[in-house]
Write a protein that binds this ligand. Structure first.
Ligand code: PLP
Length: 432
């Protein structure tokens, strides 16, 4: 058909938008996103790629799943807490709690009396129950905010004593020492990159000292001629010890023996512990503050606390993470390698004859969330490396990891109920 006729035959925008299915989509997604899909379908019709009667169907097929553009991604990278994939995936229980809390909710109201209630009291109670060693608990927006709040409340214009080997960069240029200085604390560095002793701290502590900071190097390991001072010894100094444990393990974990936990740090005498909620705890992005009751109360009442206040969706997800079934991160940490390998074999059997696939044992990592150097026994499906891009740009996107010329789809962070989704995605990428 000549260009001019195709133009004339292309259905008009108002006619297409009047289609009942597209009107229903507009109610769900908003007029603008639906109109964009319609415009794209009309362009294809004008170009001769679509018949006029196919425009509505093409627009419907092109609609986004939600009004937000973030996509669900299958994490087959073999990194359990993947920073670029949003760290911890929430449990189904946490997602359900978020959905309920999204509307008007009693986050700050006591329904029994009709009076104002303590904001997030049930999430805070769940956290307090999970760490009985803590006299008080508080929750802010993220781990950095937790440390900033402690520093603003205790150390503005004063000094924080910290070991040189613990002046760490977490990622994306975020450096703990710069955070402390940015809110007005002075740093007093002690020791060398690889070694520090209690005597170094003791010599640095004076009347200007607000606290001693113990930072967990959560993304690297120093090996060889090294020494650091545990919280237990730092607690003998005449100033409070603040422990930034980072990963958010609440109690010691058998598979992660080197990873500090809030319970252990408090038992050893830390006055306050700070941590992230979306690393090893497996919850929403938030910052946990646990410690001596009076100190935590002071922090929670500090004017700066409002600036890092956590929202109701986070409180809902955190409570469900703590009270509900084991979240995905915690499940992945204890995954059984033989079970993962069985899943890999089943997937390979399903793919037999369509693509060169092999089930194999693999080694997964905890990731940006902590436990550097810990190897988690896992299993993967190995595919030709050329599939990496079609899988990443497919629907749903699948992120694997290319090594030794092959694409490994590691199963440790893929929930078993998603195996069929993974299989469909691979078949689509292969084109069968
Ligand atoms: C991750 C981490 C932080 C920062 O926490 P965010 O939740 O990312 O703000 C601070 N300290 C340590 C030791 C960490 O591992």
């Amino acid at each position: 058909m000549p260009l001019q006729d195709r133009r004339r035959a292309t259905p008009r925008t108002d006619r297409v938008l009047a289609d009942p299915a597209l009107r229903e989509a507009a109610a769900r997604l908003g007029d603008r996103l639906v109109k964009e899909s319609v415009t794209r379908a009309q362009e294809r019709c004008r170009a001769g790629d679509l018949a006029p009667e196919e425009v509505v169907g093409a627009a419907l097929a092109d609609l986004p799943a939600t009004a937000g553009s973030l996509r669900r991604v299958l994490n087959a990278t073999g990194v359990v807490v993947h920073t670029n994939l949003g760290r911890a995936p929430l449990s189904a229980a946490a997602v359900a709690a978020v959905e309920v809390a999204a509307g008007a909710t009693d986050v700050e109201l006591d329904l029994a009396t009709g009076r104002r209630g303590r904001r997030g009291r049930s999430a805070l109670a769940a956290l307090a129950d999970a760490v009985p060693e803590a006299g008080g608990v508080h929750v802010v927006n993220n781990g950095a905010a937790a440390l900033a709040l402690v520093t603003v409340a205790l150390a503005v214009g004063r000094t924080v004593v910290v070991a040189r080997g613990e002046m760490v960069e977490i990622g994306d240029g975020f450096r703990i020492p710069e955070l402390l200085e940015s809110v007005g604390a002075r740093l007093r560095e002690v020791g060398t990159t690889n070694r520090v002793r209690l005597a170094d701290y003791a010599a640095a502590v004076d009347e200007e000292t607000a606290f001693v900071l113990k930072v967990h190097p959560s993304n690297f390991r120093v090996e060889g001629f090294t020494a650091s001072v545990p919280v237990r010894e730092l607690a003998t100094l005449p100033v409070p010890v603040v422990a930034d444990t980072g990963s958010g393990l609440l109690a010691p974990h058998p598979r992660l023996p080197g990873e500090p936990s809030a319970a252990r740090a408090l038992q050893e005498g830390a006055a306050v512990v700070t941590a992230s909620g979306d690393k090893l705890l497996g919850g929403p992005q938030c910052g946990l503050v646990l410690g001596q009751a009076e100190l935590v109360r002071r922090l929670a009442r500090h004017p700066f606390a409002r600036a890092v206040r956590v929202d109701k969706l986070t409180l809902a997800a955190l409570e469900a993470t703590l009270r509900g079934p084991t979240p995905p991160v915690a499940r992945a940490l204890v995954a059984d390698q033989d079970e993962l390998l069985d899943r890999a074999h089943r997937l390979v059997a399903e793919l037999a004859g369509t693509i060169d696939a092999e089930a194999l044992r693999s080694t997964a990592a905890v990731g940006g969330g902590g436990a550097p150097g810990v190897a988690l026994p896992s299993a993967a499906v190995a595919l030709p490396a050329a599939l990496a891009e079609p899988l990443r740009t497919g629907s749903p996107p699948v992120m694997g990891h290319v090594t030794g010329g092959r694409l490994l789809l590691d199963l440790i962070a893929v929930p078993p109920q998603e195996d069929s989704v993974l299989l469909t995605a691979v078949r689509r990428a292969v084109g069968v």
